[in-house]
Structure formats: structure tokens, C-alpha cells
Write a protein that binds this ligand. Structure first.
Ligand SMILES: Nc1ncnc2c1ncn2[C@@H]1O[C@H](COP(=O)(O)OP(=O)(O)O)[C@@H](O)[C@H]1O
Ligand SMILES: [Mg+2]
Length: 266
């Protein structure tokens, strides 16, 4: 594994079990500053578990995780000040307008000038016109963009997006992809989880495949594609898609890890 000298996120030997189910069995990776890193895995692979540990919401059983140099276990306050987390389900209040949602969050995070912050974010996410409307009238893509905008209040340097486009239609997915690209272009480090191969292919500078509790591959799209030889069809070279690489590595038993017994941790 390549080790970065000053990564925004560093994960070493991460382990987590729920009862007797070992979800993470020694996960290692680094995420470079200002890059987009995709944690790719099937449903139940442990992506959300890993994100919750990195975001200080869940304790690991073993391993070391640092965010911007701060240890998630020993320095959780500093970690929380550096990050934001947007979950799979949009956290916007439907009774409020988009602008009111942003102002509310800005005030909760003790920001001065909440109205100006709200207007800036509306402009940045192409929501200025919609800003005065109740979010119950928004499309799925608009709602997710607002959700991501809300998570940027307080200017986190590391943003976790857990399955940011799951459940969105194709147009809305493109809108969210555009948003994520702009975030990284502005210098924010983005770790996103996804079960969509095309999402990782479109967005990520690096892709790590989480399977059976471990990272089984970690590389750029070009590096992952180089794992499979190009198939020759007459005179036309066909490059393997990320899907070919994924299915060859993982097989078609991707859902095997799913724990049938969903016991909530207290
Ligand atoms: N709080 C919990 N208690 C018990 N099992 C859990 C809990 N959270 C997750 N799991 C189990 O851990 C495994 C990984 O879940 P999760 O991290 O949500 O996967 P992903 O986000 O990749 O779909 C699943 O088998 C899931 O049922
Ligand atoms: Mg998940």
C-alpha cells in the first residue's frame, strides 16, 4: 500500500464486530488532501460502519484512525470540528424553505452572519431561485444538494458522503456528482461510499474496494483497470470496465456478508 506523508484521512488496522459478526477485519487506507476517495462495496460490506467510526459516531474494536492528524478516539472534538457527515437519507426539514434550513443550521453551529452564509451556499449550489420555497417542493437532487450545502456550514475540510446518490434518478445523480466535483476542486477532501461502479468511475481519484471486511484493492481507476488484461476483439482493443474488475475480484457473492440478524448496538 502506498503511504501518504500527510494524508487528510489515515486508517490502519481498523476492526469492528457486531456481536459475533466481524464487519471490519483490518482495514487500511489513506486519503490525500483535496481528493475524492470512493469506498466501494456491496450492500452490507461495512461502508457505513467505517464512515461512522471515522466520523466519531462509533467506537472501533481495534486500529488507528486519524482525520487531519487528530485521533478519532482520543481527539474526537477536534475531529468533529474538521468534518461533516451527510447520510443516506436527506436531513432537511420539509416545513422550512431551503434558505431557512441553511440559516437554522448556521445558527445551531454558532456562525455569525447566518443569512449571508445561507445566501452564499444557495448560490454555490444553484439553489438561489428555489431558496424561498419549502423544501417539500424540491426534487430529490435539489434536496440532496441542499443537504450537502447544509453539511458545509462551518467549512469542514473533510466531508463524508454516505451513498450520496442512492435512490436518486439519473438527472439528480448528475447534479450531485457535479456538486461533489466542485467540492473537491475547492480543496475539500471527500470520502464517499457507493455501491455504484459508475459513480466511483466518474468521481473518484482513488477507489478502494471493501469486501469481506478488508480492502481488497485500492488504486486509481487506471490502476484497477490494469489488473485485467484488455480483451482483444478482432483489431479493436476493449478496455475492462470497473464493473469487470469489481466482479472479477469480488465474484457475484457480493451480498453474502449481509447480516440477517440486525441487532442494534446499544
Ligand atoms: N448497529 C449494528 N448492530 C448490528 N449489526 C450491524 C449494526 N450496524 C451494521 N450492522 C451489520 O454490519 C454489516 C455492515 O453494515 P453497514 O456498515 O451498514 O454496511 P454498508 O453500509 O456497506 O451497506 C451488516 O451485516 C449489518 O447488518
Ligand atoms: Mg451503508
Amino acid at each position: 500500500m502506498t503511504t501518504l506523508t500527510n494524508p487528510a484521512i489515515s486508517v490502519r488496522g481498523l476492526e469492528k464486530s457486531f456481536k459475533e459478526v466481524k464487519v471490519l477485519r483490518g482495514v487500511d487506507f489513506d486519503v490525500d488532501r483535496g481528493s475524492i476517495f470512493a469506498l466501494l462495496g456491496s450492500n452490507g460490506a461495512g461502508k457505513t460502519t467505517a464512515v461512522r467510526i471515522m466520523a466519531t459516531l462509533l467506537h472501533a474494536d481495534a486500529g488507528d484512525v486519524t482525520i487531519e492528524g487528530f485521533d478519532v478516539a482520543a481527539q474526537s472534538g477536534q475531529v468533529r470540528a474538521a468534518i461533516s457527515l451527510t447520510g443516506q437519507f436527506a436531513a432537511v426539514d420539509e416545513i422550512l424553505t431551503g434558505r431557512e434550513n441553511l440559516i437554522l443550521v448556521a445558527k445551531l453551529r454558532h456562525q455569525k452572519d447566518a443569512a449571508r452564509i445561507a445566501d452564499d451556499l444557495l448560490a454555490r449550489f444553484d439553489l438561489t431561485e428555489a431558496g424561498g420555497r419549502r423544501t417539500s417542493t424540491y426534487s430529490g437532487g435539489m434536496r440532496r444538494r441542499l443537504d450537502i450545502a447544509m453539511s458545509l456550514i462551518g467549512e469542514p475540510s473533510v466531508v463524508f458522503l454516505d451513498e450520496p446518490t442512492t435512490g436518486l434518478d439519473p438527472q439528480a445523480r448528475l447534479e450531485v456528482w457535479d456538486t461533489v466535483k466542485k467540492l473537491a476542486a475547492a480543496g475539500t477532501t471527500v470520502l464517499l461510499t457507493t455501491q455504484y461502479l459508475d459513480e466511483a468511475e466518474q468521481l473518484a481519484d482513488r477507489i478502494a474496494i471493501l469486501h469481506r471486511g478488508r480492502i481488497i484493492q485500492n488504486g486509481t481507476l487506471a490502476e484497477l483497470k490494469a489488473l485485467l488484461p484488455p480483451a482483444k476483439v478482432e483489431y479493436v482493443e476493449k478496455q475492462p470496465t470497473l464493473e469487470d474488475v469489481f466482479l472479477t475480484l469480488v465474484g457475484d457473492d457480493g451480498t453474502e456478508q449481509e447480516n440477517t440478524e440486525k441487532v442494534e448496538e446499544s
